[in-house]
Design a protein around this ligand. Structure first.
Ligand code: FE2
Ligand code: FE2
Length: 325
């Protein structure tokens, strides 16, 4: 890490990140062992050498895709826009890690993997004719143009807490969208299954990194985690119409407060947050607040689910049809 980066993080955080480099190396290697590198063209063929049956298959995919419920269309739109925006998080992550270190190697590899997610999903929606594509492209353009500004306040601990939660959230969102779509159109489930697999491995990496931070600097780590957990929004929260899209996704049982609560619980368990001892006053306070979060999220999930009389929605990318859910 170069001296120029020190202005972005306080010195002791830089020291913590530098001291973690052997762990970053170890977990990057473990990730490469676990992954099976795949490419969008393995899933949605685009070359003249594609077998002749592919042309027939894609006609069948297009036919079946017309039968998909519009709630699936909305979920795929959120997932696609999010994925296409994710490589732009590269910059936000890169500012913390300087020019050359195991962190940079990881970040570059992660960005390359995420980039294929947007590509694979876009190839699919294009070939399956899932959307009113011009409307989706306009939405994507304005989303990226608006830029990204997560509230990390140059705190690398918050970044790593956020990426832990976010990777798990996208894993669940892809997997549940695929499951909902799968009986109608299996290729979509296959594409989303590949994405979900990558996200679960990314989650393992970031969760491990945050664990290393907790072991080295528990008080500040808990404080950062508490801020992220109680103020979490998905990477795509600045997409125009995101609230309505999220509401559809929640009502379709794909992703909402219930799933978020499960993620938080799983992370707090994994990091053994309740068992941490010898904390400072600030650390204790953050720990107490964190341990109350799952119950609060469960109440919130109960509340929104109890008020779910069917609602009407309409999205121009989903052919401006009325969607009741
Ligand atoms: Fe992804
Ligand atoms: Fe990911």
């Amino acid at each position: 890490m170069g001296a120029a980066d020190a202005q972005l993080v306080t010195p002791d955080q830089v020291e913590v990140l530098v001291s973690m480099e052997p762990a970053v190396l170890r977990e990057t290697e473990a990730h490469k062992e676990r992954r099976n590198l795949w490419f969008p063209n393995d899933l949605v063929r685009a070359d003249t050498n594609a077998p002749a049956e592919w042309d027939e298959q894609i006609i069948e995919v297009r036919r079946a895709a017309r039968e998909l419920p519009d709630s699936v269309r909305v979920a795929v739109a959120v997932n696609l826009l999010t994925e296409e925006g994710l490589p732009h998080f590269h910059r936000l992550i890169a500012v913390h890690f300087g020019e050359s270190s195991p962190w940079v190697t990881w970040n570059n590899m992660w960005t390359a993997e995420e980039d294929r997610h947007g590509c694979a999903l876009r190839d699919y929606v294009r070939d399956a004719r899932l959307f009113e594509m011009g409307a989706l492209e306009r939405l994507q353009y304005s989303y990226i143009e608006a830029g990204f500004d997560p509230e990390w306040e140059s705190d690398p601990y918050r970044l790593l807490a956020y990426t832990s939660l976010q990777e798990k959230a996208t894993q669940i969102s892809h997997a549940n969208t695929g499951r909902t779509a799968g009986t109608t159109e299996p290729l979509l489930r296959r594409v989303l299954g590949h994405l979900a697999g990558d996200e679960s491995r990314h989650y393992v990496f970031y969760r491990e990194m945050f664990n290393e931070i907790l072991a080295r600097d528990p008080n500040r780590a808990l404080n950062s985690l508490q801020k992220v957990v109680s103020n979490f929004s998905m990477p795509g929260h600045r997409i125009a119409g995101f609230d309505e899209m999220s509401e559809v996704v929640r009502r379709a049982n794909i992703f909402g407060p219930r799933q978020y609560q499960q993620i938080v619980e799983e992370c707090l368990d994994y990091w053994k947050v309740s068992e941490l001892t010898g904390l400072s006053g600030e650390g204790n306070e953050a720990q107490d607040k964190l341990m109350k979060v799952p119950k609060r999220l469960a109440r919130m999930a109960d509340y929104v689910e109890s008020k779910s009389a069917p609602r009407k929605f309409r999205f121009d990318f989903a052919y401006d049809r009325e969607l009741t859910i």
